[in-house]
Design a binder for this molecule. Structure first.
Ligand code: DP6
Length: 372
């Protein structure tokens, strides 16, 4: 069994460029979003989770990122980058990435030796209320690891590459650490997940029933409005939440129960835990100071419709929620036809402009080779 990695393992190489460095190039990756089953909500230190979390890696909802690098003109210790989203220059996004790159200088001193132009876009509609930080930060982390490997040859082994990408993605956005792996990932140290760590996520699809590798997540867009509270602010609110310590204990217990029933393929217990988690996340927001109510009336109508569909059909269709009003419908591949009929006949009335996005578990990040 290999040992758990520590922070120092990620900065063991001296990654500095010589003054005569002139190389420039482009790196291109796509990376998907993910949906948490047991939620990460509450953090401390340098992006460390208060409890372990587990998520399905999606397929269709993804970010596409090109990192162009060239030698920097002025030799100083600042980060020099420009950022384009959907072809449009976005100084606001550039400022966030600049802060992220500056925070990485201890690990990656070469970041201040290069000029970067980053071009990114998402496969999902911009204002669909879908969290994009997981896909965006994981795509960027894959680009950074490839850059490290190109410049220094230090990440030739795939497991090392992915672990470091997950570690860097976490520093950008906690949930992004889980998008690095196909189908299913666990982030946060937990006794039910061997080799798990607070520093990075680990692949987990091989540890559970194969039904989960083709699981579906259809996202009902109840509202396209921007979130009224960012997840960063939401995590901070947990620090003053009266229920916080019980919550972290509960999340770790649910991890154990959920992993147990995912191993046997017990979809009923799986669904009960997942729905309880979604409602707990919203209960935590409702009990924070100030409190937030992030569901809409149509979120509740849709939840009730899913529950009565389940009662009448006995089919394993369950929901989860992110920190927003949209419902994620989770179900196994075998019942796709029945669920699509149900969405089209009964649920689209609760979606803004009838919009929903059909997604399913996917392979994780993909390197795009540019045609010569
Ligand atoms: C509700 O990963 O977006 O989606 O680490 O501050 O970037 P930061 O937060 P983020 O939080 C995600 C919260 C969640 C649950 C989850 O994905 O586990």
């Amino acid at each position: 069994m290999s040992k758990a990695h520590t922070f120092d393992d990620f900065k063991n190489a001296d990654l500095r460029l010589s003054h005569s460095h002139t190389e420039s190039g482009s790196i291109h990756w796509t990376s998907p979003s993910n949906i948490a089953l047991v939620k990460y909500w509450g953090k401390h230190g340098w992006q460390l989770p208060r409890n372990a979390s587990i998520s399905l890696t999606l397929n269709n909802a993804k970010s596409d990122t090109i990192l162009h690098y060239s030698p920097k003109k002025h030799k100083d210790k600042t980060i020099d980058l420009s950022f384009f989203f959907d072809g449009e220059e976005r100084p606001d996004f550039a400022a966030r990435i600049e802060k992220f790159f500056s925070s990485l200088l201890e690990l990656y001193p070469f970041l201040s030796d290069l000029h970067f132009e980053i071009r990114s876009s998402n496969s999902f509609p911009h204002s669909a209320g879908i969290a994009s930080s997981a896909s965006a930060m994981s795509a960027l982390a894959m680009c950074l690891c490839e850059l490290e490997n190109r410049l220094f040859g230090t990440l030739n082994n795939t497991a090392d590459f992915n672990r470091k990408a997950s570690f860097l993605a976490r520093l950008g956005s906690g949930s992004a650490s889980r998008s690095i792996y196909p189908h299913l990932a666990v982030w946060g140290q937990h006794p039910s997940a061997a080799q798990s760590s607070d520093l990075y996520a680990i692949p987990f699809a091989d540890q559970v029933h194969k039904t989960f590798s083709s699981y579906h997540d259809d996202i009902l867009i109840i509202s396209k409005k921007e979130k009224s509270v960012s997840s960063g602010a939401g995590h901070n609110l947990m620090e003053g939440n009266l229920y916080a310590s019980n919550r972290y204990q509960q999340a770790n217990q649910r991890m154990e129960q959920l992993i147990g029933c995912m191993q046997t393929g017990d979809l009923e217990t799986f669904g009960q835990i997942v729905e309880a988690e979604a409602l707990t996340l919203h209960a935590l927001m409702m009990t924070s100071n100030p409190p937030y109510l992030l569901m809409e009336a149509n979120s509740i109508h849709a939840i009730k419709a899913v529950q009565s569909f389940r009662q009448s059909t006995k089919l394993p269709l369950y929901f989860t929620l992110d920190a927003g009003p949209n419902l994620h419908l989770l179900y196994p591949d075998e019942i796709t036809a029945q669920v699509k009929d149900f969405i089209n006949n009964e649920l689209v009335q609760y979606c803004e402009n009838g919009l929903y996005l059909a997604d399913h578990c996917g392979q994780g990040p993909e390197k795009i080779i540019e045609q010569a």
